[in-house]
Write a protein that binds this ligand. Structure first.
Ligand code: FAD
Length: 187
């Protein structure tokens, strides 16, 4: 499989960076892996369009061409990011705005969006809210799963959430990380 890991954390020493590292190391060598670290890339998340640079031309925007190529190449996506204000970090939201554009990731039809992408996805998030409360929360990865990835044709999409990440003990963090490692080995 072609596996694209997309991550969004400003600190290369963070727990999220550690997860990325461990997942990357655990994936079977028969797969091809590409890592897209949006902060390391200094990805510009601001979407611009106006009369001169039209929205319909985003599909041929040369600045984002390499990311569209990566998304087309992948048949397994792994998103790894912390939950900020209930959802994904702004840099990742901007990546979706600029790369998952109409005519590429989806087509507008009378019945709504028709997804044009292929592959499946695994979303790994960390957050401070206790896990018991998350099913009742608005986002916590659900928007990326249902409103973005599934709408664009990527399915199935699973989510692994690491709850209370700053409050649990090192031992508990190792335990949850080990579950993620075991899942990565089975990809
Ligand atoms: P870190 O802070 O890097 O680490 C977390 C813990 O893991 C620390 O105890 C650290 O010692 C330990 N650790 C770090 N590296 C390693 C390693 N290599 N090995 C083992 N242990 C390690 N949370 C919510 O639930 N809901 C929200 O709406 C929300 N909004 C937020 C908004 C903002 C702007 C911010 C900054 C935070 C918000 N949070 C929210 C909390 C956020 O989700 C957590 O801070 C984040 O998930 C922690 O992940 P991290 O990678 O930054 O962890």
């Amino acid at each position: 499989m072609n596996i694209l890991i997309i991550t969004a954390h400003p600190n290369p020493q963070s727990f999220n960076a550690h997860i990325v590292n461990q997942v990357q190391k655990s994936i079977d060598k028969s797969h091809e892996i590409q890592l897209l670290d949006l902060y390391a890339e200094r990805f510009d998340p601001v979407l611009h369009f106006d009369e001169k640079h039209r929205r319909r031309d985003l599909i041929v925007d040369s600045e984002t061409a390499k990311y569209r190529d990566l998304v087309t190449w992948a048949d397994q996506f792994i998103f790894i990011f912390p939950i900020w204000w209930s959802g994904m970090p702004a840099i990742l939201k901007g990546f979706i705005d600029r790369v998952f554009v109409a005519g590429f990731a989806y087509t507008n039809t009378k019945r709504g969006l028709k997804g044009n992408l292929k592959g499946k996805a695994w979303i790994i998030t960390t957050h401070n809210m206790p896990g018991l409360i998350v099913p009742f929360a608005q986002d916590y990865g659900k928007i990326l799963k249902n409103q973005v990835l599934k709408a664009c044709g990527i399915s199935p999409v699973t989510i692994s959430r690491i709850a209370s990440v700053e409050k649990i003990s090192d031992q508990e963090r190792r335990k949850v990380l080990n579950r993620i490692i075991q899942k990565a080995k089975k990809l």
